[in-house]
Write a protein that binds this ligand. Structure first.
Ligand SMILES: Cc1cc2nc3c(=O)[nH]c(=O)nc-3n(C[C@H](O)[C@H](O)[C@H](O)COP(=O)(O)OP(=O)(O)OC[C@H]3O[C@@H](n4cnc5c(N)ncnc54)[C@H](O)[C@@H]3O)c2cc1C
Length: 190
């Protein structure tokens, strides 16, 4: 899949979003040229605006390149160290990473403050409150398979869904319902 969108802040710029299926890639995350080549190799030969976009890619000063990955960690803390945000429950492109990251800063801060200096109790309470919330949107979501399916049927279904206004409304309403239903506790201010 490859798409292009206008940058509303700068009409001279456009953002391109490209997803492709592949086996695990071995690449240097600091090597921009290598990453551009991996993208170009995956999309070379495609029609639509792809040749033009690949020409732009060669000059692009910024590229974010990464795998669509899911993080599963059995315990979020060990001793005085705890995982927050994507490090604890990340699912790239799940649609809720930013909001959950903010909730995932508020909850441990509040639980640690409420635990009166007992970090073990604070971390345990943080995980107990936060895990069901983070699990809820992580469970079942598989954006990589949906965006870059392996077969023709998957491609047809994806294209049909993206072209359907009802599906777009459902996507927005489901993320809104999760985003506005954190059931966040109130913590007494320190
Ligand atoms: C392509 C893409 C599109 C996305 N789109 C959306 C979207 O539309 N909506 C949405 O809600 N979420 C989206 N997400 C997910 C969202 O960006 C993340 O879930 C969110 O940024 C996670 O926040 P975080 O604070 O946990 O981690 P990050 O934002 O990754 O922050 C971690 C920080 O730690 C720094 N760091 C790493 N190692 C070290 C070190 N050793 N020392 C010091 N600093 C270090 C990193 O540089 C980084 O600044 C998207 C993600 C991707 C990749």
């Amino acid at each position: 899949m490859i798409s292009v969108a206008a940058d509303r802040r700068d009409p001279e710029r456009a953002s391109v979003f490209a997803v492709f299926a592949s086996p695990r890639l071995d690449y240097d995350r600091r090597d921009l040229e290598q990453q551009k080549k991996l993208i170009a190799d995956a999309f070379t030969g495609m029609r639509w605006h792809v040749p033009y976009l690949l020409t732009g890619l060669r000059q692009a000063p910024e590229v974010y390149f990464g795998s669509i990955s899911r993080v599963r960690v059995p315990a979020w803390s060990s001793g005085r160290a705890a995982l927050l945000g994507d490090a604890a429950w990340g699912l790239t492109l799940g649609g809720m990473g930013g909001g959950t990251g903010i909730v995932g800063a508020y909850v441990p801060a509040g639980q640690l403050a409420s635990a009166g200096g007992d970090h073990r109790a604070g971390f345990a309470a943080y995980e107990e409150r936060m895990r069901p919330y983070a699990d809820r949107w992580q469970r079942g979501a598989d954006p990589g398979r949906f965006l870059a399916p392996a077969g023709a049927l998957g491609l047809r279904s994806r294209n049909a869904l993206f072209g359907t206004r009802l599906f777009q409304r459902l996507l927005i309403s489901s993320t809104t319902s999760i985003a506005t239903d954190a059931g966040l506790p109130e913590y007494a201010s320190a």
